[in-house]
Design a protein around this ligand. Sequence first.
Ligand code: MG
Length: 385
Amino acid sequence: MTPSDQPHTGNSTAAFPTDWQKREQAILAPWAMHAIESAGRTHEEPPHPFRSPYQRDRDRIVHSAAFRRLAHKTQVFTDYPGDFHRSRLTHTLEVTSIARTLARTLALNEDLVEALALAHDIGHPPLGHAGEDTLNELLADEGGFNHNAQALRIMTLLEQRYPQFPGLNLSQEILDAQAVRARLPEAPPPLLEAQVVDAADSIAYDTHDADDAVELGLVTLDDLLTLPLVASAAANVTDRYGSLGPLALRRAVLHELIERQVADLIRETTTRLQEGQFQSATAARTPAEPGGRLVAHEPGLAAGKRDLERFLFQQVYRSTRVMEVRQRAQQQLSDLFCWYCQHPEEMPPRYRQRVDSVGLKRSVADYLAGMTDRYLKRDVQRRLG
Ligand code: MG
């Protein structure tokens, strides 16, 4: 009998050649989160015959509407024409790629890391952080709006894909990691897998926002080379390849920057793990100092990253060109929010129905937050002319 002939009784893995429990036992470090130790799901379900709980989480995220919409959501550069710069989906895939490399090298649970990385940005509304700031102001007297908290709402309530429960019914470890990101007071300290995803997120956006900013003409490569971290990456590239043209140099420097951050993170984290001699995921997640993390860069590189982030904030995210587009887009989002508050009957039924339980403003925000940038643009034209 081949695996595909097996009935989906859901209770036995014995008939399948790959047993995820054995695989995890063989390859994961003691400080990794083993799926067998999972706190489970809010709505109990029988185990899957051949996918581990975290593989199942990953698949649920990939098949969700919120994940698909990342393809048409802006990362930073709202409303810029062109197909070059990153969308939230391509950012998410870059984060996932880096995070899986880190997880495999550190013998952490790669399935859990993949699920966490794919899910980490699903709560973003249209227009990137500009959209988030606007919704946060509009909901100021109702607890505000935050993309990390919104991801939790999507995971536990807003996605409607399964008849037996609302949301995606993900493993508790995914919800806990998202609760840490949303800074909920009850969130437990992050697992190493969650720390890896946060570090990969930072590596990805620091590097690709610099790349996109040069591509869009907001800064030049020479501007970036004033930063010691970028300058030393460029020096390495020149040592290796000799003198390169501007585009080849830029690409090589970006690869070097990612490689250097990943290698540094692995080195520093490995040292800390060896010093700690952790025998379980629980021991490794409990920091010696409040808020401390084992997955970390060495202090020199961490300082270089802070310089780069300060530069990006001042020269790119708060540049006149980005701010002008941002303010126009924020006004449109705000006007559309007010329009739906006056015409809630124009929302799809499931958002209308939730007005009684979550309030009008929250339900309108849930609806708008689910829109892609281009859907929002079309809806603004349709509703506001
Ligand atoms: Mg991100």
